[in-house]
Design a protein around this ligand. Structure first.
Ligand code: GLU
Length: 319
């Protein structure tokens, strides 16, 4: 049986050869100009060992993946109180959909659609202020990333998100009419646009994701990052809502809690087994990484790591 290093190398090799790579997000130039040939994969196993291939050390824009970290911080601050302002249900809608907000009185379906993530950003701004919350997100991610080198907020990306963020401004203003945004719109959106501009590599993203794999514990220091119950909620939401209106297909094809971003990254967690980050900038029709999804599907086929598989292989069995 092939070991994990060989498996990720083989997947990267296969992905390099693919000609249909999807469409790179083109709503702002810094995303539109990313090379669609890029592909990276990082698997951190339960023992903390990284298995890397392709462009695993190249930084990219994590975009909506940051919603996982914002949610983690909001749960630490307010616990289950947050569910008064954002629900825990799949939306079946696009990432930036506004349609459900009217009939559901300004309460977004979940924290992973844009409306829900903007409410979460508002919660963080209420506690820390705009700049303090930005720093809290940076501290949270750099503290778990292993080596924080290169992990940063891309200010140019954030500005361009703001300049083109009319739909997000509409969502925030609309929710404010229902009283579900408490801070000035510009402050809450400023945090949201900056969190979308978080930039890091697959290796760093997979390192950060380890706190979910372990059920809330920093794999390296042993410190509690979040509670077991919050980690479970976050992963359940990733499974149900992490790929927008492609979440059902992702659950069937990959079977892992995962969160995508329009930068082409996906973080997927095999609880107790591995934290996995993939990056390929081209997206499918639902705005999720085309080859990233395929790579995860192949990984799960080779390891049996789907949470729906009663017989996943341990890393020891693979190596
Ligand atoms: N910056 C994007 C937006 O808010 C993030 C969307 C995503 O990554 O899915 O429009």
């Amino acid at each position: 049986m092939a070991d994990l290093d060989s498996i990720v190398a083989e997947i990267a090799h296969d992905m390099r050869a693919m000609t249909d790579r999807g469409q790179v997000a083109d709503y702002i130039p810094p995303l539109a100009c990313v090379d669609p040939a890029k592909f990276g994969i990082a698997v951190i196993d339960a023992g903390g060992t990284p298995h890397l291939a392709g462009d695993a050390d190249e930084a990219f824009s994590i975009q909506s993946l940051s919603k996982v970290f914002g949610l983690t911080l909001a749960l630490s601050l307010e616990g289950s109180e947050i569910w008064r302002r954002v629900r825990k249900e799949p939306s079946g809608s696009a990432f930036n959909s506004i349609v459900q907000l009217e009939s559901e009185h300004g309460i977004p379906r979940n924290p992973f659609i844009n409306a829900g993530a903007i409410v979460i950003a508002d919660i963080l701004v209420s506690t820390w202020g705009r700049l303090g919350a930005r720093q809290a997100l940076l501290d949270f991610t750099t503290g778990l990333a292993g080596s924080p080198a290169g992990l940063h907020i891309d200010e140019n990306m954030a500005q361009q998100e703001r300049e083109t963020g009319f739909r997000n401004a509409a969502l925030a203003n609309y929710m404010r009419t229902f009283g579900n945004i408490k801070n000035p719109i510009d402050e809450t959106l400023d945090l949201y646009f900056h969190q979308c501009a978080l930039t890091m590599s697959c290796r760093q993203l997979a390192e950060i994701g380890c706190f979910l794999m372990t059920g809330g514990v920093d794999l390296h220091s042993g410190r509690a990052v979040t509670t077991v119950s919050h980690a479970r909620s976050i992963m359940a939401l990733m499974m149900m809502c992490g790929h927008y209106d492609g979440s059902g297909a992702f659950a069937i094809r990959v079977g892992l809690p995962g969160k995508s971003g329009v930068g082409g990254g996906i973080l997927a967690i095999a609880p107790g087994l591995a934290s996995v980050a993939v990056w390929s900038p081209g997206l499918n029709a639902q705005g999720n990484s085309l080859l990233g999804t395929l790579a995860l599907e192949k990984l799960v086929q080779k390891t049996g790591w789907s949470v729906f598989n009663p017989f996943p292989l341990s890393v020891q069995q693979i190596t």
